[in-house]
Design a protein around this ligand. Structure first.
Ligand SMILES: [Zn+2]
Length: 342
């Protein structure tokens, strides 16, 4: 049984039971959340699950590979038929990976929109040394995005999502370069999906975070996820700005949301290679996405180091950072310019 059910809009949280029935789910259903989200919305979701099958409950304590494997083990060992995960990226990535390992359907209910991981075939989980690792898995087989509910989450967890979508701009430029240098192949359909995801946001008529705007953002983030799934890699939505972000994950003492890191990377690298970044920056400003490095706790040395070491963060991803001058003095000047501009 394979389903691809997608529901985006206001009050869609009320469709959990109907969605499970549509997908012909019954038997044991593992409901996974975190204490805060469960307190807020558990009373809405739990009865809907109970109307379909036998509910089992888990609370995500940590987003480690080890923990996700333990959830998968529970699913396999106790014959759970489906996982329903509700929460932010930590909960959903644990569920996504556990469902993939256990080969069971997964209904994902994001309560934030902080990145395009909400619909991607990739889970980011922590290794034993607490560093993040991106793991290939499968798209959620069912996805419910209640834009009215998400509108009440902390604004940073929406602004970061805006940042992650803007990063498609740099990612596509890097992909074009890699193809022109014969380093990578093009997937025209995945390219178009990523570009459409970006354009939908850049050309949106909305200039504040309303449920209507969240509808546009939700569609963009999901489309970015589909582009990854279609391409079989994160290439359509991840270029040099993501390499820079991965370096920050490793080397920066202050940990920022992924979406802010990649948005900073996008503007910084566009400026570094002499490309026009005014449109992207204007858009970020419109939604008050603050990517000033000082506000993000990124000092000059860390910024320079992460730019210089970004390409080492993963193999087989050719970008402008492989060709541009990464001389320390050049990057220091870039950092100082960004402090005044951003
Ligand atoms: Zn991203």
């Amino acid at each position: 049984m394979k389903s691809n059910i997608l529901k985006i809009g206001q009050k869609k949280i009320l469709d959990v039971g109907a969605t499970l029935r549509e997908a012909d789910i019954h038997g044991k259903i593992l409901y996974v959340s975190d204490p805060i989200v469960d307190t807020l919305y558990g009373h809405i979701v739990r009865p809907q699950i109970e109307s379909v099958g036998q509910i089992k409950v888990d609370t995500v304590e940590q987003n480690t590979i080890r923990y996700a494997m333990s959830v998968a083990e529970r699913v396999i060992a106790t014959d759970v038929e489906c996982i329903v995960g509700m929460g932010g990226g930590r909960v959903l990535d644990v569920c996504k990976y556990a469902a993939f390992i256990a080969k069971k359907p997964f209904l994902s209910i994001p309560t934030t929109m902080a990145n395009d991981g909400i619909a991607s075939p990739i889970a980011v989980l922590k290794r034993e040394d607490n560093k993040p690792k991106s793991l290939g898995c499968a798209m959620p087989s069912m996805l419910i995005l209640d834009t009215e509910l998400i509108a009440t989450c902390p604004p940073a967890l929406i602004k970061a999502g805006i940042g992650d979508t803007i990063s498609n701009y740099m990612a596509l430029k890097d992909w074009d370069l890699a193809v022109s240098r014969g380093k990578e192949v093009m997937n025209g359909y995945a390219y178009m999906m990523s570009k459409t995801s970006l354009d939908a946001l850049m050309k949106t008529q909305y200039d504040s975070i309303t449920p209507e705007f969240l509808d546009v953002l939700a569609n963009s983030l999901v489309l970015s996820g589909i582009a990854m799934d279609f391409a079989g890699s994160s290439r359509p939505v991840s270029g040099s700005e993501h390499l820079f972000s991965h370096a920050l994950d490793y080397y920066c003492d202050t940990q920022n949301l992924h979406g802010f890191n990649v948005a900073l990377g996008t503007i910084a690298i566009l400026k570094l290679i002499g490309e026009d970044y005014t449109e992207a920056l204007h858009y970020l400003r419109k939604f008050e996405v603050d990517i000033n490095p000082v506000h993000m706790g990124i000092d000059e040395d860390t910024f320079v180091y992460c730019m210089q070491n970004a390409t080492a963060m993963r193999n087989n991803r050719y970008t402008y950072l492989h060709e541009v001058d990464l001389n320390t003095a050049v990057l220091q000047r870039l950092y100082r310019d960004l402090l005044t501009e951003l």
